[in-house]
Design a protein around this ligand. Structure first.
Ligand code: NAD
Length: 650
């Protein structure tokens, strides 16, 4: 199949690009489009050109196979300019999505029309770069600075309807896109053509506007959004050619940056994660109905996630009262979605109508998958699995959401152990993307494949984890917290450590995060281990919990809190309680603090790899990014530590 075909009728040439799977702008596509402009300009029969794409989408962006490599001519900015300079006006006819370079091609066209349901966007900042082919320069000329800032600095695509409202599109069409776009082109030829986008005027904005835009876009250590704003500002204040030169220079500089390398690493890791090589050719079992045991924090979130993905759910609780509480917990999730405008009241009712709350395990008889999320106690969990064994089909997948128990101990007496697996969701389970999938040595490959298929259906990021205490994520978390405590013990101020990690890009540092979540859960675990005869040294956190400082909920943990205010305040009582365990106060640069803590995470990650608990360093990075708020523009602890080591060696 040729990449480009053309069919001319009634003076309108319809050019169809067919470069599966997403019509990416490979070198061949760029050259083909360039040649097509020349050819159609020379064709006296042609009066206008409609550019459409075959398959599921318009040009969805650059060719990922060319990422990080020097591109060959024709370069994209030149191609966009060439399309714009064509004698015959081009109409971009967009379905699916026009992203990045795809939207920039559309910017070179004289008109942009899109099918209902399509989306357009400039997501380059998500890869640590900026649009490199006039996205920052033509977009403000097309739709004004505010719309351009919204599109470019957030990297978030907008729907066709929104794009029309913002002035990014000339029309939203329905029905047969090619036919409708052809009609659009014929009509457009009847009136004088609008100016090429590059020739349109743009109104500059005030200093206050730019200050606010920077505030909204700023994320510690993430430079691409701010550099994009610099280019947008230049585009609104300087001549077209100068702004283009600044955009190009910025694009080239960022393309070679650490940030872009980190984001490319995450991009490829995310693409690979849902399809582990070990499962090639293994068919998942069909899942049409799910059961959830326990309607507390996790069970309710898991049930809501299953419902949101369209699965009917049976929720089992201990007694009638707990059933009612569980259902209310699930409903609260959907009520929140209504409040945020993501769901209608009718949608909420429909979601809840698909949940059956009961104490009767017999209701699970036709469930294809059951996820247990009851108290973290081995006896309680074993009793639940005995009930599941009695009432579920032998081919139904049975999963536990345990955080720290050994899944093998939970399933010890389960008949058909090949159907059993750990599915470790993160709180809140309807929001957090990470799903650690924990097979035992008995788990059948198709059960593992079913878990990966479920993750995809629920919109989760699946990572296989082997069995060890805390699996991948919580094990690294423990090491990270221990390292942070070690820094405190060595005299570094608690608030300095938190500030260092915020400066690194996390939303919260280790101590403020513990205050929010509560110090008691980890404490009880350590106490449990001590009671079982394990040697677990007394941590600084233990001292605080013993003094009833369990975090925000008790008015204090690592910090003090004033009622009704979540702002952490340095605590004289903590200083007193820990006095005997802390060395004289010392200064440490924040970058150094962050490097030490991330280094500890990576060291634990390496131990996890050496033990075969994770499949590769990229999977560990995904766990930290999707489960623990590690900044994706740092690539994850494994990527970050490897780059830091390489830079030190260079
Ligand atoms: P939770 O206390 O909020 O909820 C537990 C629910 O289980 C309660 O509603 C309780 O009534 C119900 N329950 C207890 N025994 C039952 C039984 N025999 N039959 C039916 N229902 C029963 O606890 P949670 O935070 O939702 O944790 C549940 C599980 O998820 C635990 O294994 C925990 O380790 C794990 N987990 C928790 C988190 C988290 O952040 N909270 C994260 C990941 C995993």
């Amino acid at each position: 199949m040729p990449l480009l075909t053309v069919k001319t009728e009634g003076g309108i040439a319809v050019v169809t690009l067919d470069n599966p799977p997403v019509n990416a702008l490979s070198h061949g596509v760029r050259q083909g489009l360039w040649d097509m402009v020349e050819r159609l300009d020379a064709d006296p029969e042609v009066r206008a050109v409609v550019l459409t794409c075959a398959g599921r989408t318009f040009i969805a962006g650059a060719d990922v196979r060319e990422f990080g490599k020097p591109p060959e001519p024709p370069h994209l900015p030149d191609l966009v300019a060439r399309i714009e300079a064509a004698e015959k006006p081009w109409v971009a006819a967009i379905h699916g999505s026009a992203l990045g370079g795809g939207f920039e091609i559309a910017l070179g066209c004289r008109f942009r029309v899109a099918l209902e349901g399509a989306s357009v966007g400039l997501p380059e900042v998500n890869l640590g770069i900026i649009p490199g082919a006039s996205g920052t320069v033509r977009t403000p000329r097309l739709a004004g600075v505010e719309a351009a800032v919204q599109l470019v600095a957030s990297g978030k695509p907008v729907t066709a309807a929104k794009g029309l409202e913002m002035g990014l599109l000339d029309a939203v069409l329905s029905g047969d896109l090619t036919a409708e776009a052809t009609v659009f082109a014929c009509t457009a030829l009847k009136t004088p053509l609008p100016a090429a986008v590059s020739a349109r005027p743009v109104a500059p904005m005030s200093d206050a506007f730019w200050a606010e835009a920077r505030k909204v876009a700023a994320k510690p250590g993430h430079q691409a959004p701010l550099r994009a704003l610099d280019c947008l500002r230049a585009a609104s204040e300087r001549p077209f050619e100068e702004a283009m030169a600044q955009e190009r220079a910025t694009f080239l500089e960022l393309r070679g940056s650490e940030e872009a390398a980190a984001l490319r690493h995450v991009f490829f890791a995310e693409r690979a994660a849902p399809r582990p090589a070990a499962l090639a050719g293994v068919e998942p079992r069909p899942v049409a109905k799910a059961g959830v045991i326990g309607g507390g924090t996790m069970g309710a979130g898991i049930a809501a996630a299953c419902r949101a993905a369209g699965l009917p759910v049976v929720l089992i609780e201990r007694d009638g009262e707990a059933v009612a509480r569980g259902l209310a917990n699930i409903d609260r999730v959907f009520a929140g979605a209504v409040k945020r405008g993501k769901l209608t009241e009718a949608g909420r009712a429909e979601k809840m109508a698909g949940v059956t709350g009961t104490t009767d395990y017999a209701q699970l008889a036709d469930c294809d998958l059951v996820i247990e999320a009851v108290f973290e106690e081995i006896g309680v969990k074993r009793a639940v699995f005995a009930q599941l064994a009695a009432h579920c089909r032998p081919d139904a997948v049975l999963a536990t959401n345990t955080s720290y128990l050994d899944p093998r101990a939970i399933a010890e007496e389960l008949p058909h152990p090949e159907r059993f697996i750990g599915l470790h969701f993160f709180s809140p389970a309807h929001i957090m993307k990470l799903l650690e999938i924990v097979p035992t040595s008995d788990t059948a490959p198709e059960v593992l494949a079913t878990a990966f298929a479920l993750a995809k259906r629920l919109g989760k990021m699946p990572v296989r984890a082997g069995i060890c205490e805390g699996f991948i994520g919580n094990r690294i978390l423990r090491r990270y917290r221990a390292e942070a405590e070690a820094l405190v013990a060595s005299g570094v101020a608690i608030a300095e450590i938190d500030a260092a990690m915020r400066g690194f890009g996390l939303k919260m540092g280790p101590f403020e995060a513990q205050d929010l979540g509560g110090l008691d859960i980890a404490f009880l675990q350590r106490e449990g281990a001590r009671a079982a005869g394990q040697e677990v040294p007394e941590t600084l956190g233990d001292i605080l919990v013993r003094a009833s400082r369990k975090g925000q909920k008790t008015g204090g943990g690592w910090y003090d809190y004033v009622e009704g205010d979540r702002k952490p305040r340095v605590s004289p009582q903590v200083a007193e309680l820990l006095a005997g365990r802390i060395a004289a106060a010392r200064e440490m640069a924040r970058e150094e603090i962050a490097e030490q803590l991330v280094g500890a995470m990576a060291a634990e990650g390496q131990a996890i790899l050496d033990e075969g608990i994770a499949d590769g360093p990229a999977e560990i990075d995904l766990v930290e990014i999707h489960g623990y708020g590690f900044p994706r523009w740092k690539g994850g602890p494994m990527h970050h530590a490897a780059r830091a080591a390489a830079l030190r060696a260079a």
